[in-house]
Design a protein around this ligand. Structure first.
Ligand code: NAD
Ligand code: MG
Length: 392
């Protein structure tokens, strides 16, 4: 039998693309999880016939249980339901829940010692200090799904005995590339959601506009590849064709290229070490393709440096920053704060964070919860001002 998969966050952008891959490779699906989208989950459950479906929303789970009555598919609810899904002994668990909600279920899967195809970057950002040693201890294989990290992973396959000199992490620059800070003060939600090259869920799309996403990715790469963050360099690459590069000690640079299609890194994480054919357009090198690289504007986009600072602080600082970032992004999406206030809230939170060094998972989740409530208060204070300014 082909190796079976469980998808945590099956109704999202990565989840649905993983199901596209599962469909084309005929992979059996063991369990699926979602949050509130009952209609979509019913459709997915009927198509893929998993043993278990879990919905984080209790009401959603109740409705889904009624809709799936008679199919033999078990429906579970809440965080316990997600953990049950992660615990089933599927060969691979795809971690594609967005945000800190993905931490516990992913840790549960890692604890089983299976393969974890990791899309959720918040898991490593917040809990890398706990997750990486746990993976080693339990024999879990963490394979990156994030396109940059999949690229770095693929470049490192050719490392031989050579040490890594630099990781060159590419970044599209997002929709606001080239804008000054003054111009960023007035950008709208619609403009921020219009990513030039990738189609993704709303949280990561906004993180790509602030460059917070790239900062989170630097932390993710530092954990995954055990490289000092100072050796990770972000390069703006507007074409989104070079997904990242590794420079070795002899200054040879290996790059991974491809179309901006997440199904490529998803499939590789599922089938590694094999490469299988893919039903997707290939790169066309004959059309005068240009590849350009430049340094990011760290003055205009401060979130990048905030992430590096949090990682250097260590302890619970990255978890707190990531949690505050989540609250701020959703507040921006609800038009309660302005674009630059996302960064201001993150910076404010990091300044006042009481860091816990060498934290346990519980302390990390505690720091996450505290940062959330602190950030929510900052949103409330700023939200009032923002609305006043908007109605002027
Ligand atoms: P999305 O918003 O499209 O989907 C998120 C999924 O998480 C959905 O299935 C949703 O039901 C589930 N979810 C949301 N809140 C939940 C909660 N509280 N409890 C349980 N489940 C919950 O997001 P996405 O774009 O697919 O991104 C998923 C993760 O992958 C993110 O961490 C993102 O940074 C990372 N990632 C995404 C892309 C991409 O191309 N979309 C690329 C690289 C990395
Ligand atoms: Mg990425």
């Amino acid at each position: 039998m082909e190796k079976d998969i469980t998808i945590l966050g099956a109704t999202g952008s990565i989840g649905r693309q993983t199901l596209d891959v599962a469909r084309s490779l005929h992979l059996p699906v063991r369990a699926l999880t979602g949050n509130r989208n009952v209609e979509l989950m019913e459709r997915l459950a009927r198509e893929f016939s998993p043993e278990l479906v879990a919905m984080a929303g209790e009401d959603a789970a109740k409705q889904l249980r009624e809709r799936l009555f008679g199919t033999g598919i078990r429906v579970e609810a809440g965080e316990q339901g997600l953990l049950t899904a992660a615990r089933l002994d599927a060969a691979t668990v795809v971690s594609a829940i967005v945000g800190a909600a993905g931490i516990r279920p992913t840790v549960e899967a890692i604890g089983r010692g299976c393969r974890v195809a990791l899309a959720n970057k918040e898991v490593l950002v917040a809990a890398g200090s706990v997750v990486m040693p746990l993976a080693k201890q339990c024999g879990a294989e963490i394979l990156p799904v994030d396109s940059e990290h999949s690229a770095i992973f693929q470049c490192l396959l050719s490392r031989g005995g050579s040490g890594v000199s630099r990781i060159l992490l590419t970044c599209s620059g997002g929709p606001f590339f080239g804008k000054t800070r003054a111009e960023l003060a007035h950008v709208t939600r619609q403009q921020a959601l219009a990513h030039p090259s990738w189609s993704m869920g709303p949280k990561i799309t906004i993180d790509s506009a602030t460059l917070m996403n790239k900062g989170l990715e630097c932390i993710e790469a530092a954990w995954l590849f055990d490289v000092p963050i100072k050796r990770i360099e972000v390069l703006i690459h507007r074409q989104s064709i070079v997904h990242s590069m590794v420079e070795f000690e002899d200054h040879a640079v290996i790059a991974q290229l491809g179309t901006p299609d997440m199904r490529i890194p998803i499939q590789f994480a599922l089938t590694y070490p094999q490469r299988l054919p893919m039903q997707a357009p290939a790169l066309d090198f004959s059309s005068g393709m240009a590849l350009t690289f430049a340094r990011p504007d760290t003055e205009a986009f401060g979130c990048l440096a905030l992430c590096v600072r949090a990682f250097e602080m260590g302890g619970t600082a990255p978890a707190a920053l990531s949690a505050a970032g989540e609250v701020a992004v959703y507040a921006f999406l609800e038009q309660r704060i302005s674009f630059l206030e996302i960064e201001e809230i993150c910076a404010g939170l990091l300044c006042t964070h009481r860091n816990v060094e060498e934290p346990t998972l519980e302390q990390i989740l505690q720091a996450d919860a505290e940062a959330r409530s602190q950030a929510a208060q900052m949103v409330q204070t700023r939200g009032g001002m923002h609305n006043k300014n908007r109605t002027k």
